[in-house]
Design a protein around this ligand. Structure first.
Ligand SMILES: Cc1cc2nc3c(=O)[nH]c(=O)nc-3n(C[C@H](O)[C@H](O)[C@H](O)COP(=O)(O)OP(=O)(O)OC[C@H]3O[C@@H](n4cnc5c(N)ncnc54)[C@H](O)[C@@H]3O)c2cc1C
Length: 392
């Protein structure tokens, strides 16, 4: 079937934090760039996850713990966020530093940075549905907006879809983790009307839910629920962590779980008595999905030993943060002040010549993904992929 053609030098698929950074950088390097995003807003999981902190930004060294490890678009985003919310400054969380942020601010920063790029055309509400490959090269990607289809003819494609959509459609090699070893997925709800939120609530919420699980009142995974205070004194966020695979209609289950967690907390914790849910994640969000089988696969050992590479393009000091189905969250830290590098070879594959990959679906093992998947690192991976794609 013949569809209207759109030609470009760089096509970026997926407008999460990685895709926004990739498309901005490719455009700034002079490439005519098209970004397609199936939602009607930028930021992907960085927005829908209702997260409170950007991780993976800082060096965590003793003298300058909040020095940004990868300058560039990550720095620009941080400065703009801090201009919008000067009170939100880097914060120590355990052994590492994070940047608190409001999702609405992140969305407007990503919009304003991307919309001013003249070489960049952005199509929201648009999905990549198929790809044609000839001689190990992607020659076209079919996209769909409402019921209309178009063919994009790109020189290079950057897959920032999180789930490796183009990797799969183009026949590039990829790997998946067996479903029973997948990291727990997440589902967050925001409540208002809390009374006297204090720091202890972050301990009390999982404690009471663990008791409910012991008494068989709730499914086992609800003991991994976390609580974080919100921006106003009556606001809080509960993040449920649940098995990602094998649950039919998992959104329905997550919503049901959220309601039963909230009802239970209102019974056992007076602070929740008059609270009410004001927002829920639109869907259950995967920490882990299909990943490129790249020219190099980053391992846990590379992360923990702070390995450097001749083609290292992004630095990271975030620990391996694994949300295990049986044990809950486990952290494996690098030595204080150390960081490792992610090589360019994790973003490219042997069998498709004009494909780059950035964000959540780069070539890493299940364990290494526990460190590379955070927002700060995904922004920098996107930026580097955009630069490489523009000059290929
Ligand atoms: C439960 C949970 C909690 C987390 N907590 C934190 C935290 O506190 N701090 C932190 O820094 N990180 C956190 N993370 C990690 C972080 O949010 C993500 O790993 C990161 O945002 C991934 O960015 P990305 O751009 O690679 O992918 P995504 O955010 O997944 O973006 C991919 C984009 O591609 C789009 N897309 C998909 N398919 C198509 C298609 N066919 N056509 C067009 N567009 C498509 C999607 O709509 C999406 O917008 C968490 C993740 C989860 C799941």
């Amino acid at each position: 079937m013949k569809y209207k053609k759109i030609e470009c030098e760089v096509l970026v698929v997926g407008g999460g934090v990685a895709g926004i950074a990739a498309s901005i950088k490719a455009a700034r390097e002079g490439a005519s760039t098209v970004l397609i995003e199936k939602n009607n807003f930028p930021g992907g999981t960085g927005i829908t996850g209702l997260h409170r902190f950007i991780c993976g930004l800082y060096a965590n060294t003793e003298d300058m713990p909040d020095k940004i490890l990868n300058e560039g678009i990550a720095s620009e985003i941080c400065s703009m966020l801090q201009e919008l919310a000067p009170g939100k400054i880097p914060l120590r969380m355990g052994k590492v530093y994070v940047l608190p942020f409001a999702t609405s601010n992140l969305m407007s920063v990503l919009r304003s940075l991307s919309e001013k790029e003249k070489q960049l055309d952005i199509y929201y509400n648009t999905e990549a549905v198929s790809a044609k490959t000839e001689n190990n090269t992607i020659v076209s990607v079919t996209i769909q907006k409402l019921n209309k289809k178009f063919n994009i003819i790109p020189r290079v494609v950057v897959d920032c879809s999180g789930d490796g959509v183009i990797i799969k459609l183009s026949g590039a090699r990829y790997r998946t983790t067996p479903p029973d070893q997948h990291q727990l997925a997440g589902y967050t709800f925001r409540v208002n009307g809390l009374k006297h939120v204090d720091d202890i609530l972050a301990v009390k919420v999982p404690y009471y839910l663990a008791r409910a699980v012991e008494q068989k009142k709730m499914p086992f995974y609800l003991k991994y629920t976390t609580f974080t205070a919100g921006d106003t004194e009556d606001e809080g966020y509960c993040k449920l962590n649940m098995p990602s695979a094998g649950i039919m209609e998992r959104e329905k289950q997550a919503k049901k779980d959220a309601l039963s967690v909230h009802t239970y907390l209102a019974k056992v914790l007076p602070v929740f008595n008059e609270s009410y849910i004001v927002e829920m994640s639109p869907e259950v969000l995967d920490r882990e999905g299909p990943r490129l089988y790249g020219k190099y696969t980053l391992t846990a050992d590379d992360v923990i030993t702070a390995r450097k590479f001749p083609d290292g393009i992004v630095k990271n000091a975030w620990p391996i943060e694994l949300w295990d189905q049986q044990k809950g969250v486990r952290y494996q830290y690098l030595k204080p002040g150390e960081n490792y590098e992610i090589p360019l070879r994790c973003l490219v594959t042997k069998n498709i010549k004009n494909l780059f990959c950035a964000g959540r679906c780069i070539s890493v093992t299940h364990e290494a993904l526990g460190s590379t998947r955070v927002i700060g690192t995904c922004i920098s991976l996107g930026e580097k992929a955009g630069r490489e794609a523009a000059h290929r």
